[in-house]
Design a protein around this ligand. Structure first.
Ligand code: PMP
Length: 442
């Protein structure tokens, strides 16, 4: 690589230089392991001898079938895709190929998009919805369309990177409140309203509070009732990211509002993704008609991004019909119940084992704390050798001494698979000394 001219910083950021060289460079095989099957309860992973990325993948033929504790296949649609979705998607493939090669605004809207939007709106209890080709882009392009200079965003400290990106891009001032703490939100709000905008002290144009239904690194469920009380008292707007909670929480999978007993009318913007419970791709914004009509013209995701693949529209539409019981069976209900049973069983057993487990019961995200970053590689490799595919997370996604493995449970896991996974984890817990005598987390 060329060396930078005098006075210029190197192209890579400082932390990347430091950590890539000193720590992550030697353990790159723990991430981006190539897979060669659908992300069901089991997944086939390509074995790699060296952390040398794709080159090795193309050369090696050795694969390993693993129990999959890493993918977000919450309702198990990756497991029964062939029977539940395939026959509904194939006519779309014949008709449209895979993509409309156009933005929604231009020639990128099909009947598949429109009917999916109608169904999503009905499901989440809002007047209208708009679908996007990416969950990340849903947040990062919607937020700047809603607020800008002169507005204030009050964001949970643990909000996802897509919310952070959208908030920064919007030009609004961003303040944070203590994670999931309605009292802290109220303090920040009261203070911000009393002071007004910096320097001029004029009133804010808009104030938008941003939270998530289930926090993706913490596995914690939002205290939505408490948050809504504060938001209503101060008359500000509320945006809830339901990426992990839609389909996964509530008796009928309608997400955090159903779970917390909150009327969807009390949330101004309901955002969600299709990448978790629905086994698809893309995201949505649901709200009242005027808001959605406005976003169709104002958000970059609608105006400038290629539209969501028609194939994915059909697949997600079908998955949602199954979840809603509109396929004439109780498969949806059974999936939702199986997810909850599997998640709670896994969490209970890990706590009994003495692990430090973050998050709440009913959440399919179960972070098990490794703490020390040197345990990241050990956990990932030893698990893989025993036929368990896991996700390990460290800095910068978490503070460096709060490294963890993030287990995702699925309705597609059989009880036998969960038991086998627990056996393997117990071996790893002993090997890596992850048992804590005073299990304060339990
Ligand atoms: N919001 C949250 C809370 C997420 O966890 C994620 C990704 N896991 C996204 C948005 C982005 O969604 P996608 O991966 O579908 O782009």
């Amino acid at each position: 690589a060329t060396s930078p001219p005098p006075g210029y910083a190197p192209l890579l950021k400082d932390w990347e230089n430091f950590y890539t060289r000193r720590l992550y460079h030697r353990i790159r095989d723990c991430w981006e392991r190539p897979v060669c099957s659908a992300p069901g309860g089991r997944i086939t992973v390509v074995e790699r001898d060296s952390p040398d990325g794709n080159k090795t993948m193309l050369m090696t033929k050795r694969t390993r079938e693993c129990l999959n504790l890493g993918s977000y296949n919450y309702l198990g649609f990756a497991d029964d895709w062939q029977t539940s979705c395939k026959s509904h998607v194939m006519p779309t493939l014949d008709n449209f190929n895979s993509c409309l090669c156009s933005a929604r605004m231009d020639l990128g809207t099909s009947r598949e998009h429109v009917r999916l939007e109608e169904l999503v709106a009905r499901y989440v209890g809002k007047e209208a919805a708009l679908v996007y080709n990416m969950g990340f882009g849903t947040n990062s392009t919607t937020i700047p369309a809603l607020v800008g200079r002169g507005s204030l965003i009050i964001s949970d400290t643990m909000n996802h990177s897509s919310i952070v990106a959208g908030s920064r891009a919007s030009g609004a001032l961003v303040r944070t409140f203590v994670h999931n703490d309605a009292a802290s939100l109220e303090r920040v709000l009261r203070d911000a309203i009393a002071r007004g905008m910096p320097r001029t002290h004029r009133p804010w144009r808009k104030i938008l509070v941003m939270v998530e239904g289930i926090y993706s690194m913490e596995g914690e469920i939002c205290n939505l009732k408490g948050i809504v009380e504060v938001v209503k008292r101060y008359g500000v707007y509320l945006y809830v990211d339901e990426a992990h909670s839609i389909g996964a929480l509530g008796e009928t999978g309608r997400g955090i509002c159903e779970y917390a007993g909150v009327d969807p009318a009390d949330v101004d913007i309901l955002m969600g993704t299709f990448t978790k419970s629905f086994g698809g791709m893309g995201g949505y914004i649901a709200g009242d008609k005027a808001l959605i009509q406005y976003l169709r013209r104002a958000s970059a995701g609608s105006v400038y991004h290629n539209s969501l693949s028609t194939l994915v529209c059909s697949q997600v539409y079908r998955a949602l019909r199954v979840i809603m019981g509109e396929d004439g069976t109780d498969t949806g209900r059974r999936k939702i119940a199986a997810l909850r049973n599997n998640s709670n069983h896994m969490r209970r057993e890990l706590i009994k084992m003495g692990c430090h487990v973050y998050g709440d019961y009913d959440s399919p995200i179960i972070p098990v704390m490794l703490y020390n970053p040197t345990k990241i590689a050990a956990f990932s490799r030893e698990a893989f050798m025993r036929g368990l595919a896991v996700v390990v997370v460290g800095f910068p996604a978490t503070p460096i001494v709060l490294s963890r493995t993030r287990i995702c449970v699925s309705a597609g896991h059989t009880r036998k698979e969960i038991e086998r996974a627990l056996e393997v984890i117990e071996e790893l817990v002993d090997l890596l000394r992850l048992r804590y005598a005073n299990n304060v987390m339990g």
